[in-house]
Ligand binder design. Sequence first.
Ligand code: ZN
Length: 155
Amino acid sequence: MTLPEVTTAFTSLKTATEILKAIMALNKNAAINEKIIDLQQIILSLQASASDFHTKYQELVKAKDDIEKKLMDYQNWEVIKSQYKLVQMTSGVFIYVPNENHPSPKPNHYLCTNCYEKMRKSLLQIKKLYGTGYGEYFCPECRMGIEFNADSFKE
Ligand SMILES: [Zn+2]
């Protein structure tokens, strides 16, 4: 996106250059033509400055867009985060489970603590069942495995 002000500046500088060329064509005084050449150098310098300004402006716009996206991600995460609570699944093994404020806790599910800390909602999946209520979950995102025993799991 080009700023209209920058476009106007480029157009004005180009027009000024053309006017100076026309003056030089009409004028035969060497001293005046020398000053016109000086003015043309200044105009070239202004064009370069306007171009640099525009490049920096575009970088700032991109940085602003990135920050707005991060803020939006953070705000979305805060909503998700408010829907879960940390519980101890078995001794020393923690997971996140839907809390009482979760709008739709069914079907019940568990979140990976590793991904949760990185602001990612990753549902744990069953990898192996060793027996009724005893097996291993895994996180499809970070591949972390968690052994569980449903009998010892109290939310
Ligand atoms: Zn994970």
